[in-house]
Design a protein around this ligand. Structure first.
Ligand code: ADP
Ligand code: MG
Length: 682
C-alpha cells in the first residue's frame, strides 16, 4: 500500500526539520521512550489478564550498523497492527492544527510535545525511517512501513518472529555521528539513564589482553528504579548519597536532602540536595534534572523551580510537566506555578525540621548553606517568612544566633537614644580589628557579615524591621554608632579646630580618596585619631558592584572621615607645637583678618537698604577689595598651617597611625612612616 501522511504534516515536516535542528539529539529520547511505553503497555495488559505471552524479559535494545548506516531501536512491547500504524503514524490529523502551528511556529518543542510528534523527530537525522512491527494481537501478520521524510510512505505486510517493534533509522549524511558508539552512549546516558525498562546498548566490556573486549553480558545503561521512585521509608542516608553520586560523580557529599512526594493537586516526586559548594557561589555545572515519568526532559529548570533553588542539585519528576518543555508554555502553566510554590514550601519546611530536631547539625553546615538561604530570603518572600526562624547570624566570635536570640542579646545594650536597635557588623575580622575591639570594650556585640550577599541582606532586614539599623563598626566612632547621649564638644574652640584641619589635611595621602576632618571628644584614653567610612555611601558603593544602574555611586571616590579626638593629649600637643612655631605670625595674620572683617562689616552696613545703583562706586570697590584681602589673608594662614603640618612629625605620625589601623598605609607612605617612627623613637 502507498499513501500520504495526514494533510497537516506537510506543514509539519519542514518545521520539525528546521527548528529542531539545533537540538536534534532528542530524537533518540523520543524513539526510546516510545519503545519503553510499548513495553510498559504490554506489562499492563498482562497484569490485567489481557495478554498471556512472555513478559519477563521486556527490554529496549539499541543497535548501530555502521555498514548499513542505520540506528535501530527494538522493543518487545505491544507492537502495532497495520491499522494502528495507519492510525497513530499516518494520520497525524488533529483539529486546529493550522492555528496552533502559526502560534508556535518558532517553538519546535511545543509542537512536538503537543502533538505527540515524537516519532517524527527521527526524520531530523534520517533520510529514511522504517517501522517493522508485530502486534501482540494474534493477527499473525507483521507490518513494514517506510518513509523518506516526504509525506509519501509505503506500507506492506512482512514477517517478524516476535511481538514488538523495530524502528530503523537510515541516517542522513549530516547525522553519521550517531553511528559512533560513544555518541550514542552519551545520549543514552543523558536522556535514558533512569528509564523504567532495561535499555541495552551493546555488550558489557572487559579489559583483556591489553584491550577492551565484549563479554556475553548485555550492557544495560539505565537504573530502572532510581531512588526518587522509592518510598522515603525504604531509603537510608547512604542510599540518598549514593544516588547523589550517581547523578554527579565528581561532586562532594551533599549537605542535606529533601525527598519530594506529592500526588495532589499535581504529581511530583524527586529528591533535592543542598550541595556542598567548593567556593563561594561557584558557577553551577551540576544542575537539577527534570524528568517526566523517568524520561529526562531538561536540566534548565528555570521557571519550574524558584530561582534561588536552581542552586540546588537533584531530580524532579512530574508527568504533569509536559515532556517537551517550552519556556513560554511553562511560564503560563498553572501546574508549574503550583509546583514551584510547593517546592519552596517543602524546602523551607525541611530546613525548619532540621533546625527543630537537629540544630547543631544545621549550625555545623551553616557556612555552606547560608548563601542559598540568604538568596532565598532576598528573592522569595514566602521563603523569607519561614527562613527568618532558622536563619543564623554569626558574630565575630563565630557564635550563631537566630534572629530572635540575637535581638534579645543586643536589645538591652545597643538601643540608642532614639530607640533604634543598632546592629553592629564587621566584614573583615583583621582589617576592622580595632573597631571590633572598641565596640566589644563598650560591651557591644559585633556580627560578622562577610559573604557576597551581606549588603543586600541587611538592606532587606532594615526594610522588614524599620526599628533596626545596621552599621559597620568602622562607619563612625563607636560613641556615635550607638549614640547614647549628646557628646561633650566643648574642649577646643572653633578657632582651634579651624587651625587643626589644614595641619592634618596636609599630611593625608592624596591618593586614598577624600577625607573630611571631624572633631570628636573620645576621651583621653581613646585613640587620638580614627578613620571611618560613612555607612550609607559605602553601602551604596557595595550595591553598585552588584546592580546595574547604580554606577553613579560606584564611580564616586572613596570618602572617609578622619575623626580627631579633641581630648587626646597628643592632639593638644600638636596644637601647642603649632602655637610655638607659628604663634606670632598667625596672631599677626589673625589680627589683620579681624581688622579687615570689621571694615567689611561696616561697609556692608552702609549698603543696607540701598538699591545697587544708589551705592557710590568707591564704596563698592572698597568692599570688593576688602573681601579679596580677607580671602588672601585666610589663604596665607592656611598655607602657613599646611606648611607647618607637612613638616610636623607628630601630625604625620598620628595620621599615619590611623591609616595603618585601617590597613590604608602602603608603599612609599608606609616606608616613610617607618623611617619617621625610627626618628621619633631615637
Ligand atoms: P506519543 O508517544 O506522544 O504518543 P509519538 O509520535 O512518539 O507520540 O508516537 C505516536 C504513537 O505511535 C504512539 O502513541 C504509539 O501508539 C505509536 N508508537 C510509536 N512507537 C511505538 C512502538 N515502539 N511500539 C508501539 N507503538 C508505538
Ligand atoms: Mg512518543
Amino acid at each position: 500500500m502507498k499513501g500520504k501522511i495526514g494533510v497537516t504534516s506537510e506543514n509539519l515536516f519542514p518545521i520539525i526539520k528546521k527548528f529542531l535542528y539545533s537540538d536534534h539529539d532528542i530524537f533518540l529520547r523520543e524513539i526510546v521512550s516510545n519503545a519503553v511505553d510499548a513495553t510498559q503497555k504490554l506489562k499492563t495488559l498482562a497484569s490485567a489478564g489481557k495478554y498471556s505471552g512472555e513478559i519477563t524479559d521486556l527490554k529496549v535494545r539499541i543497535t548501530v550498523d555502521k555498514e548499513q548506516k542505520t540506528l535501530k531501536v527494538s522493543d518487545n512491547g505491544i507492537g502495532m497492527t497495520s491499522d494502528e500504524v495507519e492510525k497513530y503514524i499516518n494520520q497525524i490529523a488533529f483539529s486546529g492544527a493550522d492555528e496552533f502551528l502559526k502560534k508556535y511556529k518558532n517553538d519546535a518543542n511545543a509542537i512536538i510535545g503537543h502533538f505527540g510528534l515524537g516519532f517524527y523527530s527521527s526524520f531530523m537525522v534520517s533520510e529514511e525511517v522504517e517501522i517493522i512491527s508485530k502486534s501482540y494481537k494474534k493477527t499473525g501478520k507483521a507490518v513494514r512501513w517506510v518513509c523518506d521524510g516526504s509525506p509519501e510512505f509505503t506500507m506492506e505486510d512482512t514477517v517478524k518472529d516476535s511481538v514488538g517493534t523495530d524502528i530503523i533509522m537510515h541516517l542522513n549524511a549530516d547525522s553519521l555521528e550517531f553511528l559512533e558508539e560513544s555518541r550514542i552512549s552519551e545520549l543514552l546516558n543523558k536522556y535514558c539513564k533512569f528509564l523504567p525498562v532495561p535499555v541495552v546498548f551493546g555488550k558489557k566490556k572487559e579489559w583483556k589482553d591489553g584491550k577492551y573486549e565484549d563479554t556475553e553480558e548485555d550492557n544495560q545503561i539505565n537504573d530502572v528504579a532510581p531512588a526518587w521512585t522509592k518510598k522515603p521509608v525504604d531509603l537510608k542516608e547512604e542510599d540518598y548519597n549514593n544516588f547523589y553520586h550517581q547523578l554527579y560523580p565528581m561532586a562532594d557529599d551533599p549537605l542535606f536532602n529533601i525527598h519530594l512526594n506529592v500526588d495532589y493537586p499535581f504529581n511530583l516526586t524527586g529528591i533535592l540536595y543542598f550541595p556542598k559548594l567548593k567556593n563561594n557561589f561557584e558557577v553551577q555545572k551540576n544542575k537539577i534534572q527534570l524528568y517526566s515519568n523517568q524520561v529526562f526532559v531538561t536540566d534548565s529548570v528555570e521557571g519550574i523551580v524558584p530561582e534561588f533553588l536552581t542552586l540546588l542539585h537533584g531530580v524532579l519528576d512530574s508527568p504533569d510537566i509536559p515532556l517537551n518543555v517550552s519556556r513560554s508554555y511553562l511560564q503560563n502553566d498553572s501546574n508549574v506555578r503550583k509546583i514551584s510554590a510547593h517546592i519552596t514550601k517543602k524546602v523551607a519546611d525541611r530546613l525548619q525540621e532540621i533546625f527543630r530536631d537537629n540544630r547543631s547539625e544545621l549550625e555545623e553546615k551553616w557556612n555552606d548553606l547560608k548563601l542559598f538561604i540568604e538568596y532565598g530570603m532576598l528573592t522569595d518572600d514566602k521563603f523569607y517568612e519561614k527562613a527568618i526562624k532558622f536563619f543564623f547570624f554569626t558574630n565575630t566570635d563565630k557564635k550563631l544566633f537566630t534572629w530572635d536570640e540575637y535581638k534579645a542579646l543586643i536589645e538591652p545594650s545597643q538601643t540608642d537614644k532614639n530607640n533604634k536597635l543598632v546592629y553592629l557588623y564587621a566584614t573583615n575580622l583583621e582589617s576592622q580589628f580595632s573597631f571590633i575591639e572598641a565596640a566589644k570594650n563598650k560591651g557591644y556585640d559585633v556580627l560578622l557579615m562577610d559573604d557576597v550577599l551581606a549588603t543586600p541582606l541587611l538592606n532587606h532586614f532594615e526594610q522588614k524591621y524599620p526599628e533596626s539599623h545596621f552599621v559597620r563598626v568602622d562607619s563612625d566612632v563607636i560613641e556615635k554608632l550607638v549614640a547614647k547621649e549628646d557628646l561633650d564638644q566643648a574642649h577646643l574652640t572653633s578657632e582651634e579646630k579651624n587651625e587643626l584641619s589644614p595641619i592634618f589635611q596636609s599630611v593625608i595621602p592624596k591618593d586614598q580618596g577624600q577625607f573630611i576632618i571631624d572633631f570628636q571628644n573620645l576621651g583621653e584614653n581613646g585613640l587620638p585619631m580614627i578613620i571611618t567610612q560613612n555607612e550609607f555611601m559605602r553601602r551604596m558603593k557595595d550595591m553598585s558592584k552588584m546592580q546595574s544602574g547604580m554606577s553613579f555611586y560606584g564611580e564616586m571616590p572613596d570618602s572617609y572621615n578622619l575623626v580627631v579626638n579633641l581630648s587626646h593629649p597628643l592632639v593638644k600637643k600638636v596644637l601647642d607645637q603649632k602655637n610655638s612655631a607659628l604663634g606670632n605670625e598667625l596672631a599677626g595674620i589673625q589680627s589683620e583678618i579681624s581688622t579687615l572683617s570689621e571694615q567689611k562689616k561696616s561697609l556692608e552696613k552702609l549698603k543696607e537698604g540701598k538699591k545697587e545703583e544708589e551705592v557710590p562706586q568707591e564704596e563698592k570697590d572698597l568692599l570688593a577689595e576688602t573681601r579679596e584681602k580677607i580671602t588672601k589673608a585666610e589663604a596665607g594662614k592656611r598655607e602657613k598651617l599646611e606648611q607647618f603640618g607637612s613638616n610636623n612629625q607628630l601630625a604625620g605620625e598620628l595620621v599615619d597611625l590611623a591609616l595603618l589601623a585601617n590597613n590604608m598605609l602602603k608603599g612609599e607612605a608606609l616606608s616613610n612612616f617607618v623611617k619617621r617612627s625610627i626618628e621619633l623613637i631615637k
